[in-house]
Design a protein around this ligand. Structure first.
Ligand SMILES: [Zn+2]
Length: 389
């Protein structure tokens, strides 16, 4: 890892502090969940930094400036290095027999006051009249390994393009860097676009996308046929599912190939917190998939389709709530991407440490937050130490 960090170049003429030291400082700031560069600077007096870095802690300004100039592809190669190690150690498990990649978009920041050359703009109708709001949106790619999901890459949405265009750029890079890491891509209904599907199918990958646009011919045809077919009944825990599974739909003309549509009407009993009463909750899920019935059973499509929530729960929500992912450490397009990639690297390392180094009995007794706090406290009690080479 340190060798990879040493390869990180920046465009400064005469750097007084080497870039790997700056990236390592940011990495520790994130793993100890300080939340901002100013909070990190407050820790300057801690003797830990001299022991760890071999020099004093760089200032908040220096870290922000270097992250605005850093080559983000080298941070991507650090993430790839972690993926390679986990793959070799067989730590990445399949989901229902498939290696699954989940793609989703996330709005990371919005402001009326501060903007940069990479900011997206929209007009908001406020009490003071129409105002321009500046925001950043990115698309994240995550491998859905059962024990710990692995964050692979992020791509910032650019001005004048939609989320799918950014996702296509991300997918092209992921296909190049991780050609054999996944067989199926699971996405939201927004990605039900012919060019997105065609790109993945051309590279031998399958796609499962939520089908939610009632105006689509595909949806109308599927609903017509579902009413004529008897559903498959499946009971799992307290969830009762009625599932319909029909393949051979050719009504999505732009795609130029047949797709399969799976519908799951799910009912589960929940106890209301306020009244304590048990009530039934129903939901309907419909997915369009390129996998045939021979390649994946009905239950597999339902399981993989529901896996899409992992990116919400185990990536975006966790990153934002506990790891300050939406904090703008430095408002610059390169810096925003570089800090996101650094956090992805930190989270992958943290999860690998949790699942591969901590014994299951101990892991079961404590939450992830407990171990994250232990690491943070190591900054002050001397237990956070560099492993000798
Ligand atoms: Zn901006």
């Amino acid at each position: 890892m340190r060798e990879l960090l040493c390869r990180i170049p920046d465009s400064r003429r005469k750097p007084s502090i080497k870039t790997p030291i700056i990236v390592e400082s940011a990495l520790i700031m994130m793993v100890t969940r300080m939340g901002s560069l100013n909070a990190l600077e407050q820790d300057k007096g801690n003797r830990f930094w001299m022991r760890w870095l071999g020099c004093t802690l760089p200032s908040a300004d220096t870290i922000g400036r270097v992250f605005s100039q850093v080559d983000v592809d080298v941070i991507r190669s650090c993430i790839h290095h972690v993926y390679g190690r986990l793959k070799r150690n067989k730590a990445l498990t399949k989901t229902c027999g498939f290696d699954v990649l989940i793609i989703d978009g996330h709005e990371s920041t919005a402001s009326y006051l501060r903007c940069c050359s990479g900011c997206l703009r929209r007009t908001m109708h406020t009490r003071e009249g129409q105002r321009t709001q500046y925001y950043h949106r990115n698309v994240i790619a995550m491998l859905s390994a059962r024990d710990f999901p692995l964050l692979l890459d992020v791509e910032e949405q650019r001005q004048g393009e939609d989320e799918v265009a950014a996702a296509i750029r991300l997918i092209r890079r992921v296909l190049k860097n991780y050609p054999r890491a996944f067989d199926v891509v699971v996405v939201d209904g927004l990605y039900l676009k012919a060019n997105f599907f065609k790109l993945l199918v051309a590279h031998g990958k399958h796609v499962i996308a939520v089908l939610k646009d009632e105006r689509r011919d595909l949806m109308a045809d599927a609903r017509g046929l579902f009413s004529l077919e008897e559903p498959l009944i499946e009971i799992s825990g307290n969830t009762h599912r009625k599932i319909w599974d029909i393949e051979g739909f050719s009504s999505w003309e732009a795609l130029d190939r047949q797709v399969r549509v799976v519908r799951s009407v799910e009912t589960k009993t929940v106890r209301r917190q306020l009244s304590g009463k048990r009530e039934q909750e129903s939901s309907e899920w419909i997915w369009a998939a390129t996998l045939s019935q021979k390649e994946a059973k009905t239950q597999v499509i339902v399981c993989l389709g529901h896996d899409r929530w992992l990116i919400e729960n185990k990536a975006i929500n966790e990153m934002v709530t506990y790891w300050y992912a939406d904090h703008v450490y430095k408002h610059h397009p390169t810096a925003i991407c570089a800090f996101w990639l650094t956090l992805m690297l930190v989270l992958n390392l943290f999860r690998a440490f949790m699942y591969l180094n901590i014994k299951p009995q101990r892991r079961r007794r404590h939450s992830n937050l407990y171990f994250a706090r232990l690491i943070s406290s190591g900054l002050y009690d001397g237990t956070l130490q560099k492993i000798p080479p």
